[in-house]
Write a protein that binds this ligand. Sequence first.
Ligand code: MLT
Length: 262
Amino acid sequence: MKIEVFFSPSQIDDLFLRDKNVVVIDVLRASSTVIAALNNGAREIIPVNTIESAVKVSGNLFGDVVLRGGERNGKIIEGFNLGNSPFEYTEEAVKGKSIILCTSNGSPAMWKARYAKNLLIAGFVNVSAVVERIKEIKDDIYILCAGKLTQFCIEDAVSAGMIIKQLMDDDQEFEFNDSGVAAFALYKNASKSLVKMAKASDHGKYLMEIGFEKDLEFCTSVDMFDAVPELVGNVLKLKKKNEVPATPHVPISIDTVGGKGD
Ligand code: MLT
């Protein structure tokens, strides 16, 4: 089995990921937020590429069963219900709701992988569950780090490296690309204190500056959740064992929305 890591979505075209098994990581904070929201009972998450798309797809269900969440420059978008801090996605706020998520890098990376055969959302908070799911898939895996504005982000790379470390601990044979080998080396270097690594990262420093230091602790808490958000039909859900892809219950999907970016 081949495991290929990409440090930025700008390294690949949308169609490259078609029919592939893709793991998207945006540790700070979109993937950690998606994992928290679904574990807190959100019905589904629809990641979109632009604010315009988020407004369009939430339509007249907005504010009732459909919420808009996301950020620009780390802060809540005007007219949205929620920002992008996992602490906002409490059971009280999200239970039973469909959430249209629009963030600067994470949701566009998820959207980019919308034609994947299997799309898994990963972070430190669910790393072991993701590794188990990768082993079940038993096929080549493409790990897509969201990065920041097309650039490398250390926290996403270290999280990819932790997945690789756990796969290497397994008996099966895996083959990694050079980025995968580099991710593993970065993980080894950072593994003593993930939160320290996050606090020293570019985006971590920025989030601390704007008051989100607690998010860094949350997003680097290993295995807080034992479940993997996956593309089911055209939305992200916590997939139940043997679930067959289904048609979404509302006429919105990551397949039909998007755009060129804000
Ligand atoms: C992103 O998508 O760039 C992030 O999740 C930004 C953030 O809210 O920290």
